[in-house]
Design a protein around this ligand. Structure first.
Ligand code: SAM
Ligand code: SF4
Length: 361
């Protein structure tokens, strides 16, 4: 079955993609070498976060999704072209059937050696609902860090903003991840009037300190139709949040850089890092060396731009030859611009047609 990647990839797949350290890297129009891939494995999810998707989303037909073999082939193609870090995302990646088969194979590409054609870091972003089940296997796949979304430590608020999520389940999942040896970073989308009061923020900061987790706040981004919810009602500028935290906590600028858009501070009191991803109030794009591939194989060099390239056709039309796909990637990456232009539309509240779960957050 296409979607049941065997633990060992088929021999013909090995022949298709032979890693060579001489393959050129993908370089964008500003001269930045692309070394970070965010790969979405599904648009489906077991939660319905109000800022991410409508209550009754229309999910993509299954045939449109890349199979696990195609995801693996694509990931490996990126790796032989210099991608060092892959983050698996979605939708909720842990609801994708047989995902562990793919992760074990990707884990086999990890090597600490400082040479081209090897993956150094395989990570995952999850809502945490299935971590209790999968934490140990994620570690066995070579994953050492996961990002878990947790927007509130108040069970009622959490259930309301995820439209049905259970805080105890996610909290148990985080404990299971930590017990399995995974470092956990908490992602929290700042939502006006929901989770940005000093009490809520301090509670999360303290909790992260006690658990030993770093924390990143994210500004709500204008992605796609989210039903009756209004972006402008949700949006809370992180400049304001940071200013408020500064009054109560000692934050020192950190030199840490994740390859992503967050800017980090060390919180003196908790000993943990706190990051801010603020695409609307601050331009975070300068050092961006990453690209995204959606679960249908659309390559987007930037989260904030509409234009992408379809890799699925290049893969399916040339099952024995990766060069056409490489060419499509190189051409699209060359068009990656220095920055994005997110603006929240006053009427619709959206700036981009696609939602975060289809793009891969
Ligand atoms: N389901 C997983 C999760 O929630 O972590 C992974 C996919 S989710 C789309 C990835 C990240 O994007 C999460 O941290 C989520 O909070 C964030 N996100 C989703 N929609 C967003 C939006 N409109 N603006 C900002 N962040 C968003
Ligand atoms: Fe699901 Fe993640 Fe979107 Fe929430 S943010 S609805 S958990 S994909």
């Amino acid at each position: 079955m296409l979607d049941q990647l065997a633990t060992t990839p088929p021999a013909e797949l090995e022949e298709i993609i032979v890693p060579t350290s001489s393959r050129p890297s993908f370089v964008d129009g500003c001269g930045r070498t692309i070394n970070y891939l965010r790969l979405s494995v599904t648009d489906r999810c077991d939660l319905r976060c109000r800022y991410c998707m409508p209550l009754r989303p229309t999910f993509l037909p299954k045939r449109d999704l890349l199979s696990l073999e195609e995801l693996y082939r694509l990931a490996r193609l990126f790796v032989v072209h210099g991608i060092e870090k892959i983050r698996i995302t979605g939708g909720e990646p842990l609801v994708r059937k047989n995902l562990m088969h793919l992760l074990h194979r990707l884990g086999d590409l990890i090597s600490p050696r400082e040479e081209a054609g090897h993956l150094r870091d395989l990570t995952l972003t999850t809502n945490g609902t299935h971590l209790t089940q999968f934490a140990e296997e994620l570690f066995a796949c070579g994953i050492r860090r996961v990002n878990v979304s947790l927007d509130s430590l108040d069970a009622t608020t959490f259930a309301d903003l995820t439209r049905g999520g259970s805080l105890p389940v996610v909290s148990e999942g985080i404990d299971a991840a930590l017990a399995a040896g995974l470092a956990v970073k908490i992602n929290c989308v700042a939502l006006k009037g929901v989770n940005v009061s000093p009490e809520e923020v301090d509670r999360l900061l303290r909790w992260c300190g006690e658990k030993g987790c770093d924390l990143t706040y994210i500004e709500v981004m204008p992605m796609g139709d989210i039903g009756n919810e209004k972006r402008l009602d949700q949006f809370y500028p992180l400049t304001e949040l940071k200013g408020s935290i500064d009054k109560r906590w000692a934050l020192k600028r950190s030199s840490y850089h994740s390859g992503g858009p967050a800017r980090y501070w060390d919180c003196v009191e908790t000993g943990r890092r706190i990051g801010f991803i603020s695409p609307l109030t601050e331009n975070f794009c300068d050092g961006c060396t990453r690209v995204r591939v959606t679960c249908t194989g659309m390559l987007y060099p930037c989260l904030g731009q509409e234009s992408g390239s379809d890799l699925r056709d290049a893969l399916r039309d040339h099952p024995d030859n990766d060069e056409p796909c490489s060419k499509v990637i190189a051409a699209r990456v060359a068009k990656k611009t220095r920055g994005h232009a997110f603006v929240i539309d006053r009427d619709s509240g959206a700036a981009l047609g696609r939602t975060m779960n289809t793009t891969g957050g």
